[in-house]
Design a protein around this ligand. Structure first.
Ligand SMILES: [Zn+2]
Length: 596
């Protein structure tokens, strides 16, 4: 950036003053009413009133994406029957692009816009309505008046039939559960609403009141959840030294099979399988999800990449730092459970080695650097195709692994004085609380270096922006651990493809036998060496590495005989094991790392 010359600066100051004076007129008042006369058909009816207008036209817009979920979802596609009225008369509302309507407001003080939204996609970032409840993901429900994102708004909720509860982090107006207010649109769009008859329990921890809204029933044990969730919240608050919320809401959608979550500033939405709370593995997974989404209230919702705020609701917001925003959160979801005593060393190391195995077995890890994986989330990570496994790497999985390496590096090189926790707190204090802005790539790198006491330029060049093979044993060795590949001595033949239960190829692995010899995704494998195939794995297992076989596939309804030379299965299955004779320094790093 070039420095601004003085005359230009004076001009800008004058312009700013003029704008301020001109904008001093009373701001417009914005209110919404949502009702559900056709909940059974999955519709919400929205009435939006904007008053205090003094402008010839008003543009109202629907966001195209939901922050935290990096995909343009075109929420305006679910809007229908939009109309505008003023003083009881129809006013022209013209659609001028995919998510914008322009309303003629010449001579009008206020205008009312009515529309319906179809909502039948229950996920953490979309809306769903049926007779049992309404989940309103606000980015897909509420139009905003262009140029008024900083304006407050109120929402009056007219519930359907027996719906009697509203769970959201939006504040009540005059103690009315069904009337909520948002100080600006960034808050409104960061505050989903669950409306219905959900089961609610609450507790206080870390100076914050927590409400958990359970939709869909399930075999959860409320008392156990209160205790375990409070442990997670305490451990996470301790990393940052504070919990910035007064109130926080967990909205949990329990379904037959469900998962995933989406973070918000003062709430989160989680998916869970309703009958799996009593299964240890699934319960561990649920607590990990709680830890993950709740950790985001600091990491990404407040301590954020500079590109992620203020949000551009019309366009993608590009950042190379989702490996910090998401990957580090994926690391913390594991280590927080260890800190909180909800997992032990063995479980923690198993969680981490799962991420390592995912990264190391995916051919795309040698193709897409971590920073690019973040930048291209919009067109790649969130839009996977049959070749994604070969071309990309998840910033969740590799980001979690990188967080572990950096944690170990900082602990070791600071002689057990600091850990990654100190970096997170320092960055939160400096950029969110102090400078009140997001961080740049260089600033976060400087944060790591401050506590590591050394330059990490080489680390970034190799592992963040480059494609070097990760030297796991160097970092694990600091804590007296090493990786052990349980499959190192095997010599199993493989076709180098993934198939489904009907022997249809779903993925052809880069440089595998199928890749080299021309098997395609979609091919149905019918015969191996002219023998009909039922159990494909057994058929291949009966061969040897280097065997030349003939694979008959049905492709587009025609049979093809394809000669394939079987290759060794190079899949790795690492475990983390203790080094014999760990030194006192290694044991001290381990103690600091795992808070033993
Ligand atoms: Zn996340």
């Amino acid at each position: 950036m070039k420095k601004m010359k003085l005359p230009a600066l004076v001009y800008l100051i004058l312009l700013f003053m003029t704008t301020t004076i001109a904008g001093a007129a009373a701001p417009a008042k914005i209110s919404y009413t949502v009702s559900f006369p056709e909940a059974q058909a999955h519709y919400v009816e929205v009435e939006m009133n904007v008053s205090g207008l003094a402008q010839p036209s008003l543009e109202v817009k629907m966001p195209v994406w939901a922050p935290g979920s990096y995909l343009v979802r075109e929420f305006a596609k679910n809007i229908e029957s939009l109309s505008a009225t003023a003083n009881g008369k129809a006013v022209a509302a013209t659609k001028i692009n995919k998510n914008t309507w322009k309303i003629n407001t010449a001579g009008l003080n206020s205008v009312t816009v009515k529309y319906k939204v179809y909502a039948f996609e229950l996920s953490v970032r979309t809306s769903f309505i049926d007779v049992s409840h309404a989940f309103l993901s606000t980015t897909g429900i509420f139009l905003f008046p262009k140029g008024m994102l900083n304006q407050p708004s109120t929402i009056a909720i007219k519930p359907y039939k027996d719906w009697n509860k509203v769970s959201t982090s939006l504040e009540m107006v005059k103690g009315d559960v069904f009337t909520r207010t948002a100080p600006n649109y960034d808050i409104l769009y960061d505050s989903p609403l669950e409306i219905g008859t959900q089961d609610i329990f609450d507790f206080d921890v870390a100076g914050t009141h927590y409400e958990v809204a359970m939709y869909g029933g399930g075999n959860y044990d409320k008392e156990r959840l209160k205790v375990d969730m409070a442990k997670i919240i305490s451990a996470e608050s301790a990393v940052y030294g504070e919990n910035p919320n007064k109130h926080y809401t967990f909205i949990v959608h329990n379904k037959q099979r469900n998962g995933g979550g989406l973070e918000h500033l003062s709430s989160t939405v989680l998916g869970a399988s309703r009958d799996s709370y009593d299964k240890p593995g699934a319960y561990h997974g649920f607590l990990g999800l709680v830890a993950h989404e709740h950790f985001h209230l600091w990491n990404v919702k407040r301590l954020r990449p500079i590109a992620l705020g203020p949000f551009d609701y019309d366009n993608e917001n590009y950042t190379t730092n989702l490996w910090i925003a998401e990957g580090f959160t994926a690391y913390y979801q594991n280590i927080i459970l260890r800190y909180a005593g909800l997992s032990n060393t063995e479980i923690f190391l198993t969680d981490m080695v799962g991420d390592i195995n995912t990264v190391e077995n995916q051919p795309g890890t040698k193709v897409q650097p971590l920073s690019e994986s973040s930048f291209d989330a919009w067109i790649k990570g969130y839009r996977p195709n049959e070749n994604s496994y070969n071309t990309g790497i998840s910033y969740y999985d590799k980001g979690a692994v990188i967080a572990m390496l950096l944690d170990l590096e900082i602990i070791n090189s600071s002689n057990n004085k600091y850990s990654l926790n100190d970096v997170m707190k320092y960055m939160y204090d400096t950029y969110y609380k102090g400078l009140k802005r997001g961080y740049t790539d260089a600033e976060f790198k400087a944060g790591f270096e401050k506590f590591a006491g050394k330059k990490l330029t080489d680390f970034y060049a190799k592992y963040i922006n480059g494609l070097d093979a990760i030297d796991y044993n160097k970092y694990l060795g600091y804590a007296g651990y090493k990786l052990n590949d349980e499959l190192a001595s095997t010599n199993e033949p493989t076709l180098g493809v993934f198939t489904n239960t009907r022997n249809i190829i779903t993925t052809v692995l880069r440089n595998g036998a199928g890749w080299v010899d021309g098997l395609n995704v979609g091919d149905v494998i019918t015969h191996i060496d002219d023998t009909p195939v039922t159990d494909l794995a057994a058929a291949i297992k009966s061969k040897k590495v280097g065997d030349k076989i003939v694979v008959t596939v049905s492709r587009d309804g025609q049979a093809y005989k394809i000669p394939v030379t079987l290759k060794r299965n190079d899949t790795v299955k690492y475990s983390i094991t203790e080094l014999p004779n760990a030194t006192p320094q290694q044991l001290a790093v381990r103690k600091k790392w795992l808070q033993l």
